[in-house]
Design a protein around this ligand. Sequence first.
Ligand code: MLT
Length: 332
Amino acid sequence: MSAMTRILTGAATALALVLPAHATEYRVAVGDGAGGTQEALGKAFVAALEEQSGGNMTAKLFLNGQLGDEQDTVTAAATGTLDFSILAINNITPFSPSVGTLTLPYVILSQEDAEKVTQGEIGQQMVEQTIEDAGVRIIGWGYSGFRVLTNSKKPVSTVADLQGLVVRVPKNEIMIETYKSWGINPTPMAWGETFAALQQKVVDGQDNPYMTVYAMKFDEVQKYITNIRYIFSIEPLIVSEALFEGLSEEEQAQVLAAGEAATKASAEFLRAEETKIREELVARGMEITEPADGEKEFIALAEAAVWPKFYDQIGGKEVLDNVLTSLGRPAA
Ligand code: MLT
C-alpha cells in the first residue's frame, strides 16, 4: 500500500468509526479496479464527505463496474437509480458532447493543462452543460495521465506499425475517428468487456493510462506499451442531479466541498504514483516504446482529420479555441 493510499484509507477508517447511526450511505459506482486513480478519488471523496457533513453523509465504493458499465452508470444516475459514479470522461461524452472537447486528440498536453481547464471557468461551463444534457453533475475531477497504447503482438512506434492491429476503443466517436485517422478501424467496446476481450484475443490492444492498465491488471494480457499522448485521461466524479437537487443547501455545499477535496487529492495521487506504477508494469514484463519522431506523425494526422469533424458536436470551433487559448496555445 502506498503512502498516499495509506493516508486516504486511514482518514476514511478513522472517520467511519464515529459515524452516527442515522448517517445516509450513498453508493458510488467505480469503473476500474483497486489501485488506480478512480479508487483514490473515491476514497478521498468518502473521507471528505464524512468530514464535511460531520458524519451525517457517507458513501461506499463499488469497484470494477459492479454497479454497471461506465456509460450505463450515467443513465442510472440521471434517472436517480444510482447516487454517484466515477468514470472516464470519454464515457460521459456520448451523453454531453461538449465535454468531448477534452477528449479531442492532443488538446490537453499535460497534467497542468488538465487541472487548469477542469478547475477553471471552462470546467464550470462543462459542469453546467452536463447537468443540462445528461442529468448528472460533475462534482470532482480525477486525473489519470495519458492514455498509452497497449497490445499483445509487437512494439509500435509508427503509424505504419499500427496497421493490422485490432484495437479496442470506448464507444466514443472521437476516439474511433482518431484511430481511423491513423489508418485502422478500431473496435468500439464497453469497458467492462475489455479485459476478457484482450484475454481471449478478440482484440490485440487498447489504450488507457498507466494507472488504469495497472488497476485492471492488463499486464497479465498485454506486453507492449507505446507512449502516445493523444488523450490525457480525466475521470469525473458525478452525482445524480435529482439527488443533488433533493439535498438541503448545507448538504449541497458539503458534497461540493468534498468533491473539491477529492479533486486535489487525485492530482497529488497521480503526481506521487504514476512513475512508480510505470516501473512496476515494466518489472512485471511490459515493454515501453516511444513513438517515433516525437509523435509528429500521429499528431498531424489526428489533428487534421479529427478536430474539424467535431466542431459542431462540441458546440462550435470557438469552444475548442477557447480551451486552446486558455492554455496559451494558438486557436485551431
Ligand atoms: C475506457 O476505456 O472505457 C475508460 O477509459 C475506462 C476507465 O474508466 O478507466
